[in-house]
Design a protein. Structure first.
Lengths: 273, 273
């Protein structure tokens, strides 16, 4: 999917919501465990209930790998089930030496057919660039993450006066264009959005941390949006686990709708027609 | 496997060699493609030919994930085939927010039954510590990697006067003991081993970069060894792809033997009986 197509989807659905399919088998409603493939069944119902409200889905691979072969099967089936017009992010946080990253790119873009994969920057250029250059496919590079541990290294100030995450952004924008690279910027650092947007004006940011991890949609939208929206705001647990009963899909719809309506309001103000 | 048991294996085999099962299906001998599961067949023959010469095997997950479900099957069968006394490293370079890292730990330690998993430090404490506290299981944290991209961020000097990889080591030794944590230190930086050993005297280092990536066994052993050896030196392509003909296993044996003999010599000098 191109940046242009993604923005068109955002405008059409009045939503820049990404739903994280962190489909932990220990947390899905118990009545689904009767199915042959409970994770797939759960995802299918979540997708049916939310597909009109979001532009992207983001399965986090940990929840599938934890189940071994069965988990991979559930993941492949889920990706196949997601409607064509959605942007699919394999949240894998990969990154390895050049020849190995190339294989990961093959795994996610060709074998799994995801639109994007999240990549960790620690190993540098030759661990990131092999994911670039696939037409319509994207690298989403970790910059400033939403978790408490983001404070351990990402905020360390370098001798050049920039923090590590600023260095990552300033370096990586030389590797990939805004048409093939995005950055992860956690909603738990809303005060940083203005500065980070200035570093990478045209890039999309994938923003986790809204919902279960805390974070303010209005504030990050105010400071983080650009002229092509430039934000995909992810919510996982607060939508998919809004209920653990038989009404889970209905409750997921309601939780997604609440966010989508807030987004529609923000988009209307930002892009009046 | 405990640190004590690992050192006992090293002494018994007179080897601290780890063999990387980077079993790229496009690089394995063509005659194996006739088999139902060519990657597994390749690994089986490599393991049979080298198991007496190494103490550890390290499948890099990229080469399995690239093949989707079939790849995971090959990986599970390979891990099952590796003899009990070998230390098995899932080279996955994972790392995610706390609840997600916990699932990855389950994937690698319980589902796959690996002894160790490589973890990327960028996301900090809550992305690393969920891998700790599994008896006999290990986190191998990326510190100074062997690839050219290691220079992008790992050498950046922080305001405290330490480079990023030094900060990672100094911080992480507060999270995990030498009985549950190791560090990746690339052989392509031999001049750094003395300093890094001083930072983490009792920890094992997993050392990639010998062989196809360059690097000097004698020098890293001289400066990197501690009183319990403290080194696992990995070689992947120069052993497993020593030949692409029908003699590949034989040639892998010869390549591993050459390294093992050099290691035996070094161990004899370091630990005279």
């Amino acid at each position: 999917m191109t940046r242009h197509e993604l923005f068109a989807q955002i405008q059409q659905k009045q939503s820049y919501l990404c739903i994280g399919l962190d489909s932990d088998i220990t947390k899905i409603p118990k009545h689904l465990l009767e199915y042959d493939d409970p994770i797939y069944e759960f995802n299918k119902q979540i997708i049916d209930a939310t597909k009109d409200l979001c532009v992207a889905y983001k399965p986090n691979l940990a929840f599938y790998e934890a189940e071994g072969l069965k988990g991979w099967q559930a993941l492949e089936k889920t990706i196949h089930y997601i409607p064509e017009e959605h942007f699919i992010i394999a949240d894998a946080k990969r990154g390895d030496i050049g020849n190995t990253s190339k294989l990961y790119a093959k795994a996610f873009f060709n074998t799994l057919n995801a639109d994007a994969v999240t990549v960790a920057p620690y190993m540098g250029e030759d661990s990131v660039t092999p994911f670039l250059g696939f037409p319509g496919k994207w690298v989403i590079l970790l910059a400033l993450t939403s978790n408490p541990g983001s404070k351990n290294f990402q905020f360390l100030y370098q001798e050049n006066g920039q923090s590590l995450y600023e260095n990552v952004i300033n370096t990586a924008i030389k590797w990939g264009t805004p048409d093939e690279m995005m950055f992860v910027v956690g909603a738990t650092h809303p005060e940083k959005f203005q500065e980070i947007r200035a570093l990478a004006p045209d890039y999309f940011f994938l923003v986790p941390g809204v919902g279960a991890q805390g974070g303010e949609l209005k504030e990050i939208s105010k400071y983080g949006m650009n002229e092509h929206c430039g934000l995909l705001v992810n919510s996982s647990r607060s939508i998919i686990f809004a209920s653990d009963g038989e009404d889970f899909a209905e409750k997921a719809h309601a939780a997604a709708l609440e966010i989508q309506q807030e987004m529609a309001e923000i988009l209307k103000n930002k892009f009046p027609s």
